[in-house]
Ligand binder design. Structure first.
Ligand SMILES: *[C@@H]1O[C@H](CO)[C@@H](O)[C@H](O)[C@H]1NC(C)=O
Ligand SMILES: *[C@@H]1O[C@H](CO)[C@@H](O)[C@H](O)[C@H]1NC(C)=O
Length: 487
């Protein structure tokens, strides 16, 4: 009896978790409801890529007080996922993963970092494909695979960004995807989706997509076939439209995808502050059949000027106008409807067969014979990473934010906390209704039901926007700078 009630008590606190999602054909699916899942994400890397520092033993998910502060503000914003780029597998992430889980949020995780030996390089990729690199990526998998809110792993981020790099990188990047999938299959417990996050460079985008989504015999059980394809796209600036931003080209290019498609980054930052009208398009009828949402870049204001919040030296936060603008756009959407869609019945699109004619750009690698595992890697896959860093959900010690958080106008947010959601509940706008006060002049229309379609908001005031021209994704710039130093 005693044991049983103790277990019940334990269960009451620990069992509250988001439902573990699966990638099924071209959609993410919540197995508890059978509904498709739309990612409403924000890129999370406080401190930029410097926020990850192996020597200082910090990464974005290693400090519970910071995670609590940010999970509360992201919960109020209405998001259901964060993307985290640079992780140290040897740190303890239990508190942070549990806080984001309590807040109803998933984690999209990059297994790489820009540091030497921790990612595939864009130049001479064969020089960076070795066992200790793979050991490091497998260690990130080990550290996060047991959290129910781990949604997916990115096997690479913008490793190809032009035709030159696309000449050599594809087989190596696909091999890394294969190796991680193989590791998860042998050691993972559940089939956590793995895929590539591409730069939206239109010259190579669809070849990249096909290179990753094709299957050796046209069957999805080919272990090197990616489970998802994501892109970092900055083509919607200001009051653009579905057409002027070239989103129509993306929808038609991806419409027969065999895997889920989403924006792993979006959020062009000119003009500033941003108005985020792309949100209405991303979750609107023109896109949701093909896309599974996106990740806005990014939470904190860094030198590259993409932030929703300013973090001060004492850990306090001031909300920026972009925060209210994004919140206002999310609030306009009817998420009950958006997250309530069943996948279509009938045959799902099959992956194309991997063959040279699939590749259309001259110079893009069309050799689908992948490099074999580097020496020593097979043993790691068979025996597991040693020692294996293991993660598990814990009960957060508090849900009340200890740092000061201020509105843009200087007024303080009182009693800010993460609201513990019920078992199987996923965050959406309105669940944590902490009062935030938008500065005057910011549009933050609230109230669900007034769903907007982007096309009704198209404007000719931004005629200068060129379709297919990509803003420079900040993470890639950091990675390139570091890669250049490494050379
Ligand atoms: C593999 O990764 C683990 C966890 O980070 C680490 O402790 C171990 O030293 C690594 N082994 C090799 C051979 O690199
Ligand atoms: C394709 O790649 C494999 C593995 O790297 C290599 O052995 C083979 O020679 C390549 N084929 C062509 C036609 O280049």
């Amino acid at each position: 009896m005693l044991v049983q009630s103790a277990l019940v008590a334990l269960g009451a606190t620990l069992a509250a978790a988001v439902p573990t999602l699966v990638a099924k054909d071209n959609y993410f699916v919540n197995p508890k409801t059978g509904n498709r899942f739309q990612i409403v994400g924000v890129a999370y890397q406080p401190g930029g890529s410097a926020g990850y520092n192996p020597e200082l033993k910090v990464d974005p998910l290693s400090d519970k007080d910071i995670c609590l502060r940010d999970a509360a503000l992201l919960q109020v914003l209405g998001v259901n996922a964060i993307r985290v780029y640079n992780l140290n597998p040897d740190l303890n992430h239990d508190e942070c993963a549990s806080i984001f889980n309590a807040a109803g949020m998933y984690m999209l995780l990059d297994v790489n970092s820009p540091l030497v030996g921790e990612s595939l390089t864009s130049w001479n990729p064969w020089e960076s494909y070795y066992a200790s690199y793979l050991n490091r990526t497998f260690a990130v998998v080990e550290a996060f695979k047991d959290y129910p809110n781990t949604l997916a792993f990115f096997s690479g981020n913008e490793v190809m960004n032009n035709e030159e790099t696309a000449a050599t990188v594809p087989p190596y990047s696909r091999a890394v995807t294969r190796d991680i999938k193989n590791y998860i299959k042998k050691r993972g417990g559940r089939a956590i989706p793995v895929g590539y996050s591409a730069a939206d460079v239109r010259e190579i985008l669809f070849d990249s997509f096909n290179y990753f989504q094709c299957a050796e015999d046209g069957k999805a059980d080919d272990l090197s076939h990616a489970d998802l394809f994501a892109l970092n796209s900055y083509s919607w600036c200001g009051a653009a439209s579905f057409k002027t931003a070239g989103y129509d080209v993306l929808v038609s290019g991806f419409k027969d995808s065999s895997v889920p498609i989403f924006y792993s980054e979006y959020g062009c930052n000119t003009p500033s502050p941003r108005i985020f009208t792309e949100v209405g398009a991303i979750y609107g009828p023109e896109m949701t059949d093909v896309f599974s949402g996106g990740v806005m870049y990014e939470y904190t204001q860094e030198a590259n000027n993409y932030g929703l919040v300013d973090i001060h030296d004492d850990g306090s936060i001031t909300l920026r106008p972009d925060y209210y603008a994004l919140k206002g756009q999310f609030a306009k959407l009817d998420f009950k409807t958006i997250q309530g869609v069943k996948p279509p019945t009938g045959a799902a699109p099959k992956p194309p067969i991997c063959e040279p004619k699939l590749i259309t750009t001259k110079g893009f690698n069309n050799n689908f014979t992948l490099p074999v595992l580097p020496p020593g890697a097979e043993e790691i896959i068979d025996g597991g990473v040693k020692p294996a860093p293991k993660g598990k959900l814990v009960t957060p010690s508090t849900l009340t934010v200890k740092y000061k958080v201020k509105n843009t106008d200087g007024s303080e947010l009182k009693n800010l906390q993460v609201k513990q959601l019920a078992d199987d509940q996923i965050n959406e706008p309105g669940l944590n209704s902490a009062e935030v006060v938008a500065p005057t002049g910011t549009t933050t229309t609230t109230g669900p039901g007034s769903s907007t379609s982007s096309s009704s908001q198209s404007s000719s005031s931004n005629a200068a926007i060129k379709t297919g021209v990509v803003g420079l994704p900040a993470f890639a710039m950091g990675a390139l700078a570091l890669a250049a130093v490494a050379l």
